[in-house]
Design a protein around this ligand. Structure first.
Ligand code: PMP
Length: 449
């Protein structure tokens, strides 16, 4: 099976069997769960260097999963390792503030157009949770609006209409609220409104009807967790205009797009002005650090006081991960626009190469425009992907099972792709040779799918 036979994973298989006895789903995050690269077992990675990974059986891979989009500067860049080691030697945590925290916030405020002030926290999930609470405190309104198909982490508020079955959704105008998981309280469902993305009319109607109850609209600038759909011309501008008209805060979730679509996030790329933004993943190149940033008058509502929103966390802004973020942001600054242009060029070569190879092999595919990452969809050929605007369009026509077969075959050729149709990412550590190798592997892999 591929260049790597099933017997090349014996140590991974042994570890998986042991872990199944100790950890539900054998892993801490279910998205890394069993069956991702069937018939291979769960892969136990041991080490990363630049763009390459090695597993416990000694198999090596070129990494295009990039830590679920968290790795942008390669695995273990020296300057970042040194910065973290320095902090390890000083000590991981003193429960006081420290100089690097201010310096890292200053870097964020310089790089992110919509950021006057920044606060650090550990995960994107927590940053979203805090942003929604802040919006409620600032506006005095209780509800939040999110879009169908958007993932904003795993709090109860965010787990509504993430990847709902389209037949159960009802109309876009009056969608059923479907929790992504058991355990979301009905009272939380009531506090969340959803509409399809990319449809100005539906958003406008919703805000006209309920704008006086809605504290914030949260969105990504591209729909990155449901196959990478791009905004229609003018949609982000409409979103900004309508939220302003209704005194609703616009929260831009940049957990995926931040420092991946470029040095200034999706807000720089599309020239939009959110009130608040969320960063995570690539901001710290693999370390658990996230940030909530935004407009001064709103962010000042995170200071202690009556009617203000609290912002807490033993590990929020922990020195180890802030040191990692600081070193990473400095590295990205030195990579600069030129480095991102190179990354984009390599990404476009990879997407165009995949498209040609898979189409030549007789498959209908949809590979959306490269944005620091892309998704690879095998489609049923019954609908024109250039007309797909939201989750309701993309979900019924994409074939996850074929992607999974392809991804497993690619892993067998030493190319580490995300499981389950996730984002295929590039990092600054990729070279032209890595792209060539991935394209060669794609030719071999697709001949078996
Ligand atoms: N927002 C988006 C757009 C994400 O993709 C994710 C994670 N995949 C999150 C928020 C949550 O971030 P975290 O996993 O760090 O909690």
């Amino acid at each position: 099976y591929g260049a790597l036979g099933l017997d090349s994973f014996s140590r991974s298989l042994t570890l998986q069997r042991k872990a199944e006895e100790e950890i539900p789903e054998a892993t801490s995050s279910n998205h890394r769960g069993k069956g991702s690269y069937a018939p291979y077992p769960m892969i136990y990675m041991e080490e990363g260097n630049g763009a390459e990974l090695t597993d416990v059986d000694g198999n090596s891979y070129i990494d295009f999963h990039c830590g679920v989009s968290a790795i942008i500067n390669g695995h273990g860049p020296e300057a970042q390792e040194e910065a973290v080691k320095r902090q390890v030697e000083r000590g991981p945590y003193f429960a006081t503030t420290y100089e690097l925290e201010y310096e890292t916030a200053k870097l964020m405020n310089e790089l992110v157009p919509g950021s006057d002030l920044t606060k650090f926290i550990s995960t994107g999930t927590e940053a979203v949770m805090s942003a929604l609470r802040l919006a409620r405190a600032y506006t005095g309104k209780e509800k939040v609006l999110k879009f169908e198909g958007m993932y904003h982490g795993h709090t109860d508020y965010a787990l509504v209409n993430v990847h709902p079955t389209v037949e159960n959704l009802g109309t876009g105008r009056n969608a059923t609220k479907i929790p992504e998981t058991a355990g979301v309280p009905g009272s939380t469902l009531e506090a969340v409104e959803t509409v399809p993305w990319n449809d100005t009319t539906l958003l406008e109607e919703k805000l006209e009807r309920q704008g006086d109850e809605i504290a914030a609209v949260i969105t990504e600038a591209v729909m990155s967790n449901s196959g990478l759909l791009w905004p229609q011309d003018g949609y982000l501008e409409d979103l900004r205009r309508l939220t302003r008209e209704h005194d609703v805060l616009l929260i831009l979730d940049e957990v995926v797009t931040g420092f991946r679509m470029g040095l200034h996030g999706a807000q720089g790329y599309f020239d939009i002005e959110p009130d608040l933004s969320i960063f995570g993943k690539a901001m710290a190149n693999g370390y658990p650090c996230a940030a909530l940033t935004g407009r001064e008058d709103v962010m000042r509502f995170l200071e202690s006081g009556p009617d203000k929103a609290t912002f807490m966390g033993t590990f929020s802004g922990n020195p180890l991960v802030v040191a990692a973020a600081h070193a990473n942001l400095e590295l990205l600054n030195s990579v600069g626009e030129r480095g991102y242009a190179d990354l984009y060029e390599r990404g476009e070569r990879l997407t165009e190469g995949f498209e040609e190879i898979l189409t030549d092999a007789g498959h209908d595919v949809f590979i959306p425009e490269f944005a620091g990452f892309f998704c690879l969809h095998f489609t049923d050929g019954e609908s024109d992907p250039s007309q797909w605007h939201d989750w309701r369009d993309i979900s019924p026509h994409t074939d996850a099972a074929t992607y999974e077969q392809f991804a497993s075959r690619m892993v067998g050729e030493g190319i580490f792709l995300p499981p389950k149709g996730g984002r295929i990412n590039l990092m600054h550590a990729h070279t032209d040779e890595h792209i060539d190798e991935a394209l060669e592997a794609a030719k071999e892999s697709i001949s078996h799918v």
